[in-house]
Ligand binder design. Structure first.
Ligand SMILES: C[S@@+](CC[C@H](N)C(=O)[O-])C[C@H]1O[C@@H](n2cnc3c(N)ncnc32)[C@H](O)[C@@H]1O
Length: 213
């Protein structure tokens, strides 16, 4: 896989501090509730021999969990390199480091640099990317069996919160922006590519959609 760049300031927002926080939270408390929902959906079939593609996977804890449950190998794509050291340590501690691969690549703009996988997951990622159609389209095109992603609900509260956050990013001179894409539009990007929606969990803060091929 080729390297990539950080065109939208991901390194500034998702830097060393964020990466260390996520890794240490996972060590203390395991997966957050939404990530558990994603993993449970992805693990509904037999995982033996399965490959995992975690897009925007941060420290890669979802890949680690699926490897623990029997998946064969996991690839984590990121746009920020800040996660690399904590991710390596987590994989070593879990005894799965030889089955984990990481790459800095944007699958939406460089789809040919990424191998397809049986299971594809995006946790808290689509809301960090402006073009949900291109990102989820590439995710679905690379998915052989199951795809799951989380996203915030789209309502007046979430839109207000995201607008305030984006105003703060702008004031601080940061390039990064967060997005509240329409849940139905995101699902349709994937179903247009021949996948069927089997899970639509409407949480208050994070929602989960799960699709099968
Ligand atoms: C809010 S963080 C979530 C990280 C991790 N999934 C978690 O839940 O802790 C969003 C991450 O998505 C990554 N990201 C956004 N768009 C991406 C893309 N097109 N390809 C790869 N990574 C992406 C960003 O670099 C950022 O680290």
């Amino acid at each position: 896989m080729a390297g990539c760049c950080d065109p939208r300031g991901y390194d500034e927002v998702f830097g060393d501090g964020f990466a260390r926080h996520v890794a240490s939270r996972y060590r203390r408390r395991g997966l957050d509730r939404t990530a558990r929902r994603l993993v449970d959906f992805l693990a509904e079939d037999d995982l033996s021999g399965a490959s995992v593609l975690e897009i925007g996977g941060g420290v890669g804890e979802i890949g680690v969990e699926l490897l623990r449950r029997g998946a064969a190998r996991a690839t984590t794509l990121e746009l920020s390199q800040a996660y690399d050291d904590p991710a390596r340590r987590l994989a070593e501690e879990a005894g799965v480091a030889d089955r984990v691969h990481r790459a800095v690549v944007d699958i939406a703009t460089s789809p040919d640099d990424v191998e397809p996988a049986d299971l594809v997951v995006l946790h808290r990622v689509v809301c960090c990317y402006p073009d949900h159609e291109r990102l989820l389209g590439a995710a679905a095109d690379h998915c052989r069996r199951r795809l799951a992603f989380s996203h915030p609900p789209r309502n007046p509260v979430s839109r207000g919160v995201f607008a305030m956050e984006n105003a703060l990013f702008r004031l601080r001179g940061r390039e990064f922006r967060a997005y509240v894409h329409r849940p139905q539009a995101m699902a349709e990007v994937v179903t247009r590519r021949g996948m069927r929606r089997e899970l639509a969990h409407a949480g208050t803060i994070w929602q989960v959609q799960g699709l099968t091929r």
